[in-house]
Design a protein around this ligand. Structure first.
Ligand SMILES: [Zn+2]
Length: 262
């Protein structure tokens, strides 16, 4: 009888003694990285490094072609996002239905920063987008497409995914207009299911010539020009106020205070 009890209890005892599953503390959660679109027949044209002087013009060209684009904006790169006329550009593109997402405050290579510096770069542009547009964006693009695991960890804590690209127009790395147009022509010729294209709002020839060329070539090839969110099948914003913000004295770039305005 005693023997029988021991046998019956043995499996239970063993299962209690089993060690708990190993949790890998060395791998805190990391943000998703999107390097391409997901929805068939879509193209997301993206424009980095603004808000700058070409934003309204690009917005209008897209709108007039029944297209949508996405602007990955900085807080203080070419211009200060809190300047009245600069904030007005961001609000203009946003109100036309183009997507606005984050590209850090000052455009550093995030992979060279420590966690505190990195969090500051995320927080300051996210705060600015909340003030200027009344939005929270779930998308950010790391400058230069440069990221490491720490960047992904910080982005995860900010409830943001990273968005890079699968077609670089080359407009910020020395390509001529003809070469940039050629990059689109070659990409279209291979008939991909979708394209996530990198351009820069700050490049004059992009605003003047490359954007109309790309819109025309892509639409003639049958692609829908949509926002990054739509090409991924996701929501553009995790929060949207009823209306955009109104300028007040808290809207300023701290770098302007000490004369370091670049
Ligand atoms: Zn950039």
């Amino acid at each position: 009888m005693l023997f029988e009890t021991v046998v019956l209890l043995l499996p239970f005892t063993l299962s209690l003694a089993r060690p708990p599953p190993i949790i890998d503390d060395a791998s805190p959660p990391r943000a998703t990285v999107y390097s391409g679109c997901k929805v068939n027949n879509t193209v997301a044209l993206t424009f980095d490094d603004g808000p700058y002087i070409h934003m309204n013009n690009i917005s209008d060209m897209l709108t007039n072609a029944s297209a949508k684009g996405t602007f990955f904006v900085n807080g203080h790169n070419y211009d200060c996002i809190y300047d009245k006329k600069v904030a007005a550009r961001v609000q203009y593109a946003y109100e036309q239905g183009h997507q606005i997402a984050a590209h850090t405050w000052s455009h550093p290579d995030l992979s060279s920063l420590n966690m505190t510096e990195m969090a500051d770069e995320f927080t300051k542009i996210n705060d600015a987008l909340l003030k200027v547009l009344g939005i929270k964006t779930p998308f950010m693009r790391p400058p230069y497409g440069s990221y490491n695991n720490l960047v992904r960890q910080v982005a995860y804590q900010m409830n943001q995914s990273l968005v890079v690209w699968d077609l670089d127009s080359g407009d910020s790395v020395g390509a001529t207009l003809q070469e940039s147009e050629g990059n689109y022509t070659m990409a279209i010729a291979s008939r991909p299911a979708n394209i996530l294209a990198l351009n820069h709002e700050t490049v004059k020839t992009t605003a003047a010539s490359l954007v109309p060329f790309a819109i025309n070539a892509l639409q003639n090839a049958g692609y829908q020009l949509v926002t990054v969110a739509d090409c991924l099948g996701l929501d553009a914003y995790s929060y949207q106020a009823d209306q955009v913000g109104t300028w007040d004295k808290s809207w300023f770039c701290p770098e302007d205070e000490d004369g370091d305005d670049n």
